[in-house]
Structures are given as structure tokens and as C-alpha cells.
Design a protein around this ligand. Sequence first.
Ligand SMILES: C[S@@+](CC[C@H](N)C(=O)[O-])C[C@H]1O[C@@H](n2cnc3c(N)ncnc32)[C@H](O)[C@@H]1O
Length: 382
Amino acid sequence: MAGVQSDPHFFEGTEKLLEVWFESTNGDDSFDLRHIERLDWEHLLRIVRCEIISKSSSDDMDAYVLSESSMFITQKRFILKTCGRTTLLLAMEPLIRLVQEKCGDHKVADVFYSRKKFAKPEQQHKIHRTFEDEVHHLDQLFKNGAAYTLGKINKDCWHLYMLEDVPGVKDPDQTIELLMWDMCPEKMKIFTKEISENGSEATKKSGIIDIIPGLQIDDFLFDPCGYSMNGILPGGYYITIHITPEPHCSYVSFESNVPQESYYDLVHKVLGCFNPGKFLMTVFSNKISIAKESHKHFEDLYRLKGYKRKDHQFCAFQNYNLTYTMQSMDEQIMTVDGWADGRCLSVNGWAVDVQSMEGRCQTGNRWTGKTQLLDGQMTGRE
Ligand SMILES: C[S@@+](CC[C@H](N)C(=O)[O-])C[C@H]1O[C@@H](n2cnc3c(N)ncnc32)[C@H](O)[C@@H]1O
């Protein structure tokens, strides 16, 4: 598997994400990508350098947990999300051929390829080493590609390739992604075999189980660490979470297409599960999605509890609106009088419960670092 790398201490959690919508060229809407057989998907995934771990299904969707992330198939939509050193874009042309062979005369209705900037691009296959390389590959397949980068190109940023001048997706469509890094080490321990026996234990202990009620969950805990889950709902809706807990390259991704007018509560729940030091969020919605209102909320509510907004961009594309935001945990400088049991500090004379403590002791008793107060509450008295 592509995840097992030459540098055994580093794993590139950052995923490449591809979403392709198909439509029939003769108006015959009876085709269904789910009629393509598992053996064909396995063959396609071999090109990408990953494999199927498990499958769950609803009336509207087949969801696969992969050795490197996830794949979702509905009647017209193909989603593939892969991390590590996978070669996702090598599968683009074979995918189009496969759909033509197995589902009759079809064309691509829309394409979205996106990813965050890699931590170690030099470890990627040459097709993925730079965004320019990826765009070059896609431009050979599509005449009407449009490529964008949001965020700071010399720091953390996010790349997007889509098509312009296409009729686009006819159904309401929305996707929210939260890509998180510099994770809370305490939370990350849950996703190791040391602390959790299996995926379902990690799902419960971490609070993932409460993010959206009623999901059909397929979760997997890797040995010795690492976690992947797909959760599906009727109607072709999903959430998917992938976790790289190793402290020096910790990374978590959350993605969902569940339609909501405001994603504010959902984002709070996800951040509460993982306490990332930094995260970027993208919300994509077409003009007929109820999520089209959510962009305005994020513009106004720019301060999420405990975080400082570093970047915020809004794009109005032909068929979609997009919000990109990048935030990092507020650094607090505290005067520490003493340590209790590792979860309680005496700060400026107040006893404070601390959820996570990362940082360094400096001279004397001055401590700087990322510190989160439990529920933001101070306990004790001056
Ligand atoms: C579960 S996958 C999830 C990657 C995902 N893109 C993310 O958000 O981080 C990667 C994690 O599983 C671990 N892992 C353990 N065995 C693995 C394997 N055979 N293939 C891929 N990852 C494995 C990696 O070290 C890493 O911590």
C-alpha cells in the first residue's frame, strides 16, 4: 500500500479528493455507477495504489473504507479520497473508460479535484508533486479546466480544479470539509491500539458517534494507529473521517455532503472531538442547495470559539459558491504557579482545568503554548 513509506516516521495524511458526476449522452437516466462490479473497482484502485478494507451500502450509495481513505459511489456520482503516496489522478482516464464500457454512452457532467498543500510533496509520485503537475495532467483530459489556489501560497493553502462552461450538476449539491492538523495529542491517543481495541471503541470514546445521529457507521482502527470511518444516511448522504495520530505528522479530515442551512453547530462538534491546533474549512454549494445560506453565516461568525481567523475567502463560481477559511488556535500566555495532576494549572492565581497542554516551559514559571480551558470555564478562586 502506498501509505507504507520510505520514511517510516512520516505519513502524509493530507488527501487528494476527486468527485466526478456523470450524465448520459442520450437522455437515458437508467444508468447506475453501482452496477460496476467490485472487481472493476479493485482494478481501478490498484492503479491508485490502495485497496478496499470494507464496504457498507444503503439504497442510494455504496461506501468503501480503503487502506488509504474512502470511496463513495451513487447512481451518477463517484467520489474517491486517498492519502499517503497514492496516485489518484492516474485513475481519472481509466475511470471515464470504465463508466463508458459498463454504463453505455456517458459523459462527464462535472469534475472537482482538490487537496490541501502537502507537508512533504517531494515524497509524492511525480504526477502529484506540484499542483501545476496535477493541473497539467487534468488539462490533457479536459478542455475546460479551471484551477485555483486559496489561502497563503507560502504557508497553508488549498488547491482546486474544476470545470467551467458545463451544465453542471442538476441536483442540490454541497460539501463541507474540515482539514485539521497540529492535533491535540491526548485526543489522538484514542486512535491507537494502545487505548482503543477497535474502530467502534474509538468512534465512541472520541465523540465521533455523536457528530450526526442516525448514521450507519463503518469504522476501522489501523495497527498500531490510524483510523478511518464512513457514516452513511439515506439519500446518498455521508460523513467520512480519517485520522493520522502520529504526533509529528498528526492530521484529521472530516468531510460531509449532508445539506444544512448553517454548518456552525456541526463545525463546533467536529472541532470539539479533535481540538486541532489549526484547521482549514471549505464549504461548497450549488445554487439549488439549502447550504447556499451557510456562506453568509461563516462570513459574519468569523470567530469560532478558541480560534483566530487567519484567512477567509469567498468565491462565486458559475454553478457553485465556495467559502474557504483557515484558523488557528489562540495562543495564550499564562503565568503558571505550579502543576497539579497534569490537567489542572494554577494560572495567575486561578485554578484552571486544562484540556490539552502543548508548549514549552520557559524561564521561571512562564509557560507559553496552546492551552484550552475545559468548556472555557475557570474553576477555583483567586
Ligand atoms: C487511517 S489512514 C488515514 C489517513 C487520512 N488521510 C488522514 O486523515 O490522516 C492513515 C493512518 O493510518 C496509519 N496506518 C497504519 N497502517 C496503515 C496501512 N497499512 N495503510 C495506511 N495507513 C496505515 C498511518 O500511519 C496513519 O496514521
